[in-house]
Design a protein around this ligand. Structure first.
Ligand code: FE
Ligand code: FE
Length: 307
């Protein structure tokens, strides 16, 4: 009997096994903008969410018609994948110049909602006036989690440009050679931490948990019932507030005292991870008050230093 021939049942199982890695849709920023605008209705932070919706709209505009920027070398990407390394490694690519063109394009596309408050205008002015070296230093700081090194007002806009650049590259790459690794806690494509988890509600991924990259927005499978920070399987608590957006739970680990928000798409079929995170900041306050540390960076929400 040949070991390479699959029985009918095995063929069905192999064919239906959902992919370990999922690319975001091409309309990812438009979808985020739409969700943010919906979540802003009647929300205590409605103006803030509407501002971020405008940030995402500009990201989509540039993604749809990007400036000519150098793509990461396909051979280097293939080599990285072959060695189990992320092909779009954020820590090294952020030190190169290519993403700065996408920042310029984003700045040209961004139209903040009226009325523009003085601190927002000042932050945009500071970013427009910054030279390439300064912009890159801010980008490096954000990607390395050194949030205090970036003025608080400027950080979400630099973060938006970084997201845009990485999603642009991600959507042009063939990632089919990336194989599932156990306990993959950082993005297999770019090496960044997840912004949140998503529990899928239908289709082949029904009931499976995927982590959503805070930078490039791809999703990768991570088993449920295991802390994605310390890998403990002992106990995870799930907390939410009455008025949190539907389907959002904070998965808190008593072992390492970290938490990661999870979005249950069965409860919120049109939900999207990053917008759900931004619309549930009261949950972060609750967890902070209970002594838990936030595990996930959200590049549109950065506790930066004073600018
Ligand atoms: Fe990523
Ligand atoms: Fe843990």
């Amino acid at each position: 009997m040949s070991g390479t021939i699959l029985e009918p049942g095995q063929i069905a199982a192999a064919a239906s096994k959902p992919a370990f890695l999922q690319l975001p849709p091409r309309q990812l920023f438009a979808l985020r903008a739409e969700r943010l605008a919906q979540l802003a209705e009647g929300h205590a932070l409605g103006d803030y969410l509407r501002l971020l919706a405008a940030v995402c709209r500009a990201q989509q505009q540039v993604l749809d018609a990007p400036p000519c920027v150098a793509a990461p070398d396909p051979q280097c990407c293939a080599q990285a994948i072959a060695h189990g390394m992320p092909p779009l490694a954020a820590e090294s690519l952020v030190r190169e110049d290519a993403w700065l063109a996408l920042l310029d394009a984003w700045l040209a596309a961004f139209v903040p909602p009226e009325p523009v408050n003085p601190s927002l205008a000042a932050a945009l002015e500071q970013l427009r006036g910054a030279d390439a070296g300064q912009r890159k230093a801010w980008g490096v700081a954000l990607v390395s989690g050194q949030f205090a090194g970036v003025p608080a007002g400027v950080a979400p806009f630099v973060g938006a440009a970084l997201q845009l650049a990485w999603s642009h590259w991600l959507l042009g790459l063939d990632l089919s050679a990336i194989v599932e690794a156990e306990d993959q806690q950082t993005c297999p494509a770019c090496g960044s931490l997840p912004v949140a988890g998503v529990i899928h509600g239908h289709g082949a991924r029904n009931g499976l948990r995927y982590l959503v990259c805070s930078l490039c927005a791809c999703e990768w499978h991570y088993v449920r019932l295991k802390c994605s920070h310390c890998r403990s399987t002992k106990r995870l608590d799930h907390l939410h507030l009455e008025h949190s957006p539907h389907g959002v739970r904070a998965e808190a680990c008593p072992e390492c005292r970290h938490y990661l928000k999870q979005l249950y798409l069965e409860l919120e079929p049109g939900g999207e991870a990053l917008s759900a995170d931004l619309a549930s900041l009261d949950l972060d306050l609750l967890l902070d008050g209970a002594g838990y540390l936030r595990q996930a960076p959200d590049l549109l929400l950065i506790p930066g230093g004073e600018g």
